[in-house]
Ligand binder design. Structure first.
Ligand SMILES: Cc1cc2nc3c(=O)[nH]c(=O)nc-3n(C[C@H](O)[C@H](O)[C@H](O)COP(=O)(O)OP(=O)(O)OC[C@H]3O[C@@H](n4cnc5c(N)ncnc54)[C@H](O)[C@@H]3O)c2cc1C
Length: 452
């Protein structure tokens, strides 16, 4: 008898946790495990702001898939379409070749991409914070602004180079602004021609409050801390347009700046749209059992899926966080096992453990299990949480070593220049994959599957 093939798309929190559980619970004779992934690492996204600021090396947050997964076959490439009727996933391999991967059970765990709106110039000039390369580009870009500001004799150019705008007052934007502000504030001491007072950081959000996930008190605490460090806030405001040298805000102000960092939300992976299935605000509508209604053999988890939040009840769906993605991955693996063994599937239930927001140094706010903390206790919880959540002992050791080295010796503020030939904008990163429409998927999948 042939073994059923379980195909997982996406090597993030949900996909890798699911495969690790399946590797442990299924013998090789029981199922074939395949992972489709464009990268050979699992990225620990919550520490990306530390990478952008040079506190951590990029390798510290990229965990080797070949270390984590022992018997899963890795298909290196990106899924560009799924044909749920033929049970075929169409993959563009890293070689450029397009292949069909038939499956018995498919786990869609392709995460999310940066959500952009129809704002003139945003995709061409905005910079994202969602991948390792984007974090590394951002670091080089910010240091380059200091270099150019120190070199120019044009006062207006210097002011524009030293003005930075971050959009998004959630944890990703707040941590990014906080960490990069620390970077520029520490670096400026090494530039005799620059003065700390010339550097301006703005945090912009359309919502009236910072960090709404943490409640009013902690949001205000975080704002007070960052304001004291010189970050300016524009809440209830968004970006009207952006070009290479200016950011126009919806309140009518124009900020001369060469840096717009966009972290205002995420959209589910465009792979979801290739299915032609029901979605909830772009995320694939999933059942509490992490299946996709009406699609045999299809499961979904993480940022790509709208999974009902049974702990909250009502119409609530689980927020797009690593905390949920990781746990959904494990629950999903158990449900695949149940499906293979003819047992009933179990619903996913998880009560949010809270959120930690690391603002750099001893500054932090966190709300573990409803307890509101700020300052050093919050930072201890934040760092402890990340150390526990990092997937391997090697990654934890790298992170602790980097944190310690940075605290003791600081940063050298060098830019690598590896990235200087690419624009590094949202458009530059997101145009990398072109997905198929549901009709195109069918055109590709059937002949490819017949040949496979
Ligand atoms: C800066 C930042 C800070 C954050 N901080 C926190 C935090 O403190 N706490 C928290 O809980 N959450 C945090 N998050 C959110 C958290 O990282 C995400 O919710 C989580 O990564 C989602 O997990 P996932 O498995 O769904 O997707 P991901 O972890 O994003 O993984 C998706 C994977 O799918 C791959 N992929 C994408 N498209 C395809 C394709 N077509 N074919 C094959 N593979 C594909 C990607 O390469 C990636 O490896 C943060 C996010 C960011 C950006």
């Amino acid at each position: 008898m042939t073994r059923p093939k379980i195909l997982v798309v996406g090597a993030g929190f949900a996909g890798v946790e699911c495969l690790r559980r399946l590797e442990r619970r299924l013998s090789p004779a029981e199922a074939e495990l395949v992972l489709v992934s464009p990268s050979d690492y699992q990225l620990y996204l919550p520490l990306l702001p530390h990478v952008a600021a040079g506190v951590l090396t990029p390798q510290s947050v990229a965990v080797s898939l070949r270390r984590r997964l022992r018997r899963t076959r890795i298909c290196p490439g990106g899924a560009i379409g799924i044909d749920p009727e033929a049970k075929v996933c169409v993959v563009r391999k890293v070689t450029g070749e397009v292949v069909a991967e038939p499956y018995d059970q498919l786990v869609l765990a392709a995460g999310s991409t940066t959500r952009t709106f129809d704002i003139p110039g945003l995709r061409d000039h905005g910079r994202g914070m969602k991948s390792l390369a984007e974090a590394a580009y951002l670091r080089d870009h910010v240091i380059a602004q200091l270099d150019i500001a120190a070199a120019t004799t044009d006062e207006a150019e210097r002011a524009a180079r030293l003005q930075f705008v971050v959009v998004g007052g959630g944890y990703a934007g707040t941590e990014t602004a906080a960490y990069l502000q620390r970077l520029t504030s520490a670096a400026v001491g090494r530039y005799p021609r620059l003065d700390r007072a010339q550097i301006r950081w703005h945090l912009v959000d359309v919502a009236p409050r910072l960090l709404p996930e943490l409640g009013e008190k902690l949001g205000e605490k975080a704002m007070a801390t960052l304001r004291y460090r010189g970050i300016e806030f524009s809440l209830g405001t968004s970006v009207a347009s952006v070009d290479a040298t200016t950011v126009k805000l919806t309140d009518g102000r124009t900020l001369p700046s060469h840096t717009l960092i966009w972290t205002a939300g995420v959209s589910a992976s465009p792979l979801v749209a290739t299915l032609g299935a029901e979605t909830v605000r772009g995320r694939l509508a999933a059942t509490p059992q992490l299946t996709v209604p009406g699609f045999d053999g299809l499961f979904a988890a993480g940022d790509a899926a709208a999974v009902p939040d049974l702990a909250k009840g009502g119409d609530a769906v689980c927020p797009p966080t690593a905390q949920h993605a990781q746990r959904q991955g494990k629950a999903l693996a158990e449900n695949i096992l149940a499906r293979l063994r003819g047992a009933p599937l179990k619903p996913y239930v998880h009560k949010d453990l809270g959120l930690v927001v690391d603002l750099g140094g001893v500054d932090a706010v966190s709300k573990p299990l409803g307890l509101e903390l700020h300052g050093l206790p919050a930072q201890a919880v934040a760092r402890g949480y990340h150390l526990l959540a990092l997937p391997t002992l090697t990654a934890r050791t790298r992170v602790v070593t980097n944190w310690t080295l940075n605290a003791l010796a600081g940063d050298d503020f060098v830019r690598t220049d590896f990235q200087s030939r690419r624009p590094g904008t949202l458009q530059d990163f997101e145009s990398a994959t072109s997905y198929l429409t549901p009709d195109q998927v069918r055109e590709h999948s059937r002949p490819l599957a017949a040949r496979t």
